[in-house]
Ligand binder design. Structure first.
Ligand SMILES: C[S@@+](CC[C@H](N)C(=O)[O-])C[C@H]1O[C@@H](n2cnc3c(N)ncnc32)[C@H](O)[C@@H]1O
Length: 502
């Protein structure tokens, strides 16, 4: 799933481009099936439709429970019959990730696995069972993400008539995704984390994308896009599937794809290998970076993502301290009462920054950009000649030196970062201390379980993010103490010399 969610930020856009995507080829992948027998258009009142209707309030009628193996053997059988070579792994229930791929034989480090042929992969070029539906979207230059989301719904809704029915039946009916969190759940559970804002943005993007499609395309072709099938509920499902399973294949010009079977692999933060197209074997592969014994779960990497990003796209939080790419964002702002507020904000604007910025903190430290921003915030009017340089370094677009130092204001800059860090910590403390008393007062036991599950995810996320803030606080305090004791020592030495010459 490497870089799967990176593709979101670049391709999921609520307002579609008027130009055709340059990377999209027009030819469709060859398939053996004859599609003429499938009825594609239905009227909303049709009784004998081949489509599975799903009203907005209904549950998705396709897919399976997230931990179910019920359709896994049918998927395996269909894939083998369709050209998937014999595998050294099988789908099983696992401790991490509910279902996953488990080694059947000894697997060596450096071994290539999978070899999934392109004919078994879903891309923006895949053939539609209802060609008219695909043609309308392509005529309107719908980008890859919304196109694939519509494709999935279109194929899922015709059930057994779709070439992908065995694959779709094995997909989770409700993927773990922040798209399913209500606004009040986000506000309650993610109140301390910056991921809350990212989740709201993402939900807004998905809702905007669906509304845009509905307004511009679906409403004009109601016989092809009946609302009973193409609605917000089904789009939430399909986008949830894309966020958690779509991969970007570097060796296929970065094209995005759903890769049945490979998408049963779970993520491990300590593994670095990822899925890609292998030109020599002409299939999707990955190369193991550790050996596996029979019965062990095999993992790949979904990319160098923080715990928050993993929760956002994949709906899980790794165990505390196991993710070397974990990160938390620290918000910093210019002080409104600063005498140089206008000049500083102008310098920031010039370099593409705003008066409030967020900077990533990791357990190993913070970026030079953050320090430059802090210098700018605390610098006095006498340093106005340096505002430009500070803003340039803070923006990461500076071509000149990056590691700027202003010893005269270093202590204030560190103290400013520490203040912001401590105010973030207190937000996390408040949430974590109060999380025991969050009201889980709901009628059905299923709802209670859901709320407890969301709360646990939020507690895990906030604990890991606070851990990074604690570490930053420790380093800042130690530096400040060293600086102050260094200054004190220098003062004493200076005092000693003064007395000597008196
Ligand atoms: C590409 S799918 C992997 C297959 C999935 N386990 C399944 O049964 O369909 C990604 C989903 O697997 C689960 N997952 C993957 N890695 C995980 C991990 N390290 N811990 C917990 N869940 C994980 C999450 O639910 C995620 O949304």
């Amino acid at each position: 799933m490497a870089e799967a969610s990176t593709s979101l930020y670049t391709t999921l856009i609520p307002h579609f481009s008027q130009n055709p995507s340059p990377s999209r080829r027009t030819s469709a992948l060859p398939t053996a099936r004859d599609r003429n027998s499938i009825r594609c258009s239905i009227s909303a009142t049709s009784n004998d439709s081949t489509r599975a209707l799903v009203s907005v309030s209904q549950k998705i009628p396709w897919g399976c429970d997230v931990d179910s193996l019920e359709n896994a053997s049918a998927l395996q059988k269909w894939l083998s019959e369709s050209g998937l070579p014999p595998q050294k792994m099988a789908i099983e229930k696992v401790d991490i990730g509910e279902r996953g791929l488990v080694a059947l034989k000894n697997i060596r480090k450096g071994e290539k696995l999978l070899f999934i042929p392109p004919s078994l992969v879903i891309t923006a070029d895949s053939e539609w069972s209802c060609p008219e539906v695909g043609e309308v979207l392509k005529r309107n230059f719908v980008p890859d993400w919304p196109l694939l989301a519509t494709y999935l719904i279109s194929e899922a809704s015709i059930m057994k008539s779709s070439r992908w029915s065995n694959y779709i039946s094995a997909l989770p009916r409700q993927p773990y995704s922040l798209l399913y969190w209500t606004r009040s759940e986000l506000d309650t559970y993610l109140v301390a984390s910056q991921i809350r804002e990212r989740a709201i943005e993402r939900i807004t993007d998905v809702t905007g994308t669906y509304n845009d499609l509905r307004l511009r395309i679906f409403s004009k072709y109601p016989h092809l896009f009946p609302e009973e099938v193409f609605n917000m509920e089904t789009f939430k499902w399909s986008f949830g599937i894309l966020f958690s399973r779509l991969v970007r294949l570097p060796s296929m010009d970065g094209r995005v794809a759903l890769v049945p079977w490979a998408d049963m692999l779970n993520h491990n933060c300590e593994v670095e290998t990822y899925l890609d197209y292998d030109k020599s074997s002409q299939g999707i592969v990955f190369t193991t970076d550790q050996p596996y014994q029979p019965g062990e779960q095999v993992f790949i990497s979904y990319g160098k993502k923080s715990n928050g990003e993993l929760l956002l796209s994949y709906g899980f939080v790794p165990r505390e301290g196991t993710n070397p790419n974990d990160m938390v964002e620290l918000p910093l702002s210019l002080n409104k009462s600063d005498k140089c507020y206008r000049e500083k904000s102008e310098a920031l604007r010039k370099h593409g920054l705003s008066v409030s910025q967020r900077f990533p903190l990791q357990i190993t430290g913070w970026p030079l950009e953050l320090m430059a921003y802090a210098y700018l915030v605390v610098s006095p009017p006498s340093m106005r000649a340096q505002f430009e340089e500070m803003a340039a370094v803070a923006s990461n677009k500076s071509t000149s030196k990056k590691d700027i130092r202003y010893p005269e204001i270093e202590e204030q800059a560190l103290q400013f970062i520490l203040g912001s860090c401590e105010s973030s910590i207190s937000k996390y403390n408040k949430f974590l201390q109060g999380s025991g008393s969050i009201d889980i007062d709901v009628a059905s036991p299923k709802q209670v379980n859901r709320k407890l599950f969301l709360k646990q995810l939020a507690v895990d996320l906030c604990t890991s993010e606070r851990r990074i803030l604690f570490r930053t606080q420790y380093i800042l305090r130690r530096r400040l103490r060293d600086m102050r004791s260094g200054e004190l020592r220098a003062l004493r030495i200076f005092d000693g010399f003064r007395k000597l010459f008196q």
